[in-house]
Every structure is written in C-alpha cells, then in structure tokens.
Ligand binder design. Structure first.
Ligand SMILES: [Zn+2]
Length: 233
C-alpha cells in the first residue's frame, strides 16, 4: 500500500540525480577549460620568439662595434705612420676619428641595451618555462581525476534513473502529478518534512487537523502556505 512518505524517498533520489547531473556538468566544464595552460604556453612562446629575435640583433650590434673599432685602428695606424704631413689632411682625419668615436659610443649603447634586454628576457623565459611545466603537470593530474569522475558519474546516472523508474512504478498517478507540479513550483522540493508541528519547507505552524491527516500517511496533505506535500519524519 502506498504511503505518502514514499514521495519523500523519491525526492531524496531526485536530489541525488540532480547533484550527479550538476557534478557531471561541472566536470565537463573543467575538462573543456584548458585556458590556464594555454595562457602559460602562449606567454612562454612569446618570450621564446623575443629571445630568438634578440640573438641576431645582438650579433649585428656586436659586428657594427667591431667594424667601427677596426676603422678607428686603421686611422691611428695612418696618423702614427708619419706619412701624413699636410695639416689640412691631418685635421680631416681627426674629424673623421671624432665622428667614428661618437658612432662607436652609440653602437656600444645599443649593444648594451640588447644585452640587458636579452638577460631579462632569458630570466623571464626561465620563469615562464617553470610555471608552464608546473601548470602542465598539475593539469595532467587533474585531467586523470576529472576523466575518472566523468566515467563514474556517467556510469551511475543511468542506474539512478533505473532506480527511479522502479520506485515510481507503483506510485499512484495522482501522487506523481502532485509531486511533479509542486516540484516545478518549489525549485525541485515537492516534499517538506514536519518537525515540531511545523512545515520545514516554509516554517509555518500547522493546524491540529492537518497534523492528524498527515500522520495517517495515506492521503496527500499539502502545506496551506507553500503547497509542499507534508510528511512526518
Ligand atoms: Zn509549507
């Protein structure tokens, strides 16, 4: 014989199904979200690209410095050789030397800037590499756990639905209709327990006549305030 209390068992099972479905949705969301790992990978790739560009730039700047130094050395050789005696020619050579020295100083500044940038980029790249590896290995572990959870939840859900079908097969249609209507209306909670003569769904005190009807457990009694089906614990 059907007892109203069985609707409470149905509610507990429905909550279990809902929490399984919610958990499965969360797990699927986490499995699909690889954004942290992708961001770390992109940061690392950007720094690797920058380092790749700084290498040739540094070699170019170094070559320019060396070339200017060779030209300066050639000028000194000419000046100290004593071959040039014409004062105007000597003056022109001194001017050329001064211009080259200025150029040399600028080229050294450029080279130094590139070297400092290279060091900083290398340090940032090493940090980004370590961070990516840590995120990557953590994510790999997480994926194993998430996939295991998904498998468990995916296997359990059909069993819960089967249990529900078995459970409600002998429930009177009127009881099921009331249950479904109130569940929709009350956010999935169709049944409220009665404790200390009070509906635990809305905390309203119940009349003596209502309490007697509820205790019989035979007819569905709905709370006059929140419409939930009342069950004595
Ligand atoms: Zn109520």
């Amino acid at each position: 014989m059907f007892s109203v209390r069985q609707l409470y068992d149905l509610q507990l099972l429905d909550w279990d199904i809902q929490s399984h479905e919610q958990e499965l949705a969360d797990v699927n969301g986490k499995l699909a979200d690889d954004s942290e790992r992708i961001a770390a990978k992109n940061l690392l790739a950007g720094l690797e690209t920058k380092l790749g560009e700084l290498g040739p730039a540094g070699r170019l700047a170094e070559g320019a410095v060396q070339q200017t130094e060779q030209r300066l050395a050639a000028i000194d050789t000419r000046v100290y050789s004593g071959m040039i005696t014409n004062p105007r020619e000597l003056e022109a050579i001194e001017d050329e030397k001064a211009a080259l020295q200025q150029q040399h100083s600028e080229q050294e500044d450029t080279l130094l800037t590139i070297m400092v940038d290279t060091d900083e980029t290398q340090e940032n790249k090493d940090r980004a590499q370590a961070k990516f590896e840590s995120i990557n290995s953590h994510r790999e572990e997480e994926l194993v756990e998430l996939q295991a959870s998904r498998e468990t939840l995916t296997a359990e859900l059909p069993l819960l639905h089967e249990r529900r079908e078995d459970m409600v097969v002998e429930y009177p249609p009127i009881a099921m209709a009331t249950y479904d209507t109130v569940a929709k209306m009350r956010g999935g909670q169709a049944v409220a327990l009665v404790e200390r003569d009070t509906c635990q769904g809305c905390r309203i005190a119940l009349a003596r006549s209502e309490l007697q009807a509820i205790r019989s457990n035979q007819n569905i009694v709905q709370c006059g305030s929140c419409s939930r089906i009342l069950v004595v614990n």
